[in-house]
Design a protein around this ligand. Structure first.
Ligand SMILES: C[S@@+](CC[C@H](N)C(=O)[O-])C[C@H]1O[C@@H](n2cnc3c(N)ncnc32)[C@H](O)[C@@H]1O
Length: 270
């Protein structure tokens, strides 16, 4: 039966902000969380990393989780640093991807962290998802502090537009394939209202946890506010099976997606 992937509604309202939530996911991370680098249907992230890497350049992966991106980074950059506030996740990353060229740092990026050095490239993939606008702003400030003047940031965030696209596709499937497939308009409305209590806040409930999803314009506007120059914006598409149970094989593009932007930090403070 075709349907929305069931989201376990454990009562975990604000815990997305808490280390403990991520700590608990350490043993089942790849089953429970979309690790974008692994799901990227068209290799967009690797393509962008390739464009960003220069001979001898350094990169930091902020909110590295169990380190799915690290092999992509060590292939292209001379020195790699990986940061996370969850010790169990950082330990997993180190056990799997540790080497002389990779440094691991335990830090909370919503605090005013003062990095010992700055990097040519900063990657922040699926981390700016905190419900609180203030914490998202602090996290972005950390991304900036880790980036050298003139350096680049590669940021990915879940797309709010993609969530709506998934619901519309489920309605289309019901209309195309009949009962037992997709969702009726009424069902879609009710489920959407439960998962996205306020479209204006952009927080989508994932496994009961409010997770910020960004509109393209919101993302571009926020980066502009920080005086960052967006050089490229792209979609990172992933498979329908990540969103829809028993997704029909004929479902193709446009796939669900996250936004990816590459932005440049100004050389001098404006
Ligand atoms: C959705 S996972 C993304 C993991 C990885 N970047 C990826 O793309 O697969 C979010 C990660 O951000 C980390 N994180 C969340 N808030 C953080 C904070 N305030 N400081 C440091 N890391 C944080 C979590 O521990 C988790 O590993």
């Amino acid at each position: 039966m075709v349907g929305l992937k069931s989201h376990d509604s454990r009562d975990q309202h604000d815990v997305v902000l808490e280390r403990k939530y991520w700590d608990r996911l350490a043993d089942s991370f790849s089953e429970q969380v979309i690790e974008l680098a692994q799901e990227d249907l068209h290799g967009v992230i690797d393509e962008e990393l390739c464009l960003l890497a220069e001979r001898g350049s350094s990169v930091v992966d902020l909110g590295c989780g169990p380190g799915a991106l690290i092999p992509f980074l060590t292939r292209r950059f001379q020195s790699v640093c990986a940061v996370d506030f969850s010790k169990p996740l950082l330990e997993k990353a180190e056990a799997k991807h540790g080497s002389a060229s990779v440094q691991f740092i335990h830090a909370d990026l919503t605090c005013p962290v003062r990095p010992e050095r700055q990097f040519d490239v900063t990657v922040c993939s699926s981390v700016l998802i905190l419900k609180s606008p203030l914490k998202r702003r602090r996290l972005l400030e950390s991304v900036l502090r880790f980036t050298r003047p003139g350096g680049r940031m590669l940021i990915t965030v879940p797309a709010l537009e993609s969530s709506i696209h998934v619901y519309r596709t489920l309605i289309d499937l019901r209309e195309e394939l009949g009962d037992g497939n997709g969702l009726s308009r009424g069902q879609a409305r009710r489920l959407f209202a439960r998962e996205v209590p306020s479209i204006l806040d952009g927080n989508v409930s994932i496994q009961g946890v409010p997770t910020h999803h960004w509109m393209r314009e919101e993302l571009l506007g926020t980066l502009k506010h920080f005086h960052l120059k967006v050089e490229r914006e792209r979609r990172v598409e992933f498979s329908w099976s990540r969103e829809i149970d028993a997704a029909p094989k004929h479902l193709g593009a446009p796939y669900p997606w996250d936004w990816l932007v590459v932005a440049k930090k100004p050389r001098s403070k404006k």
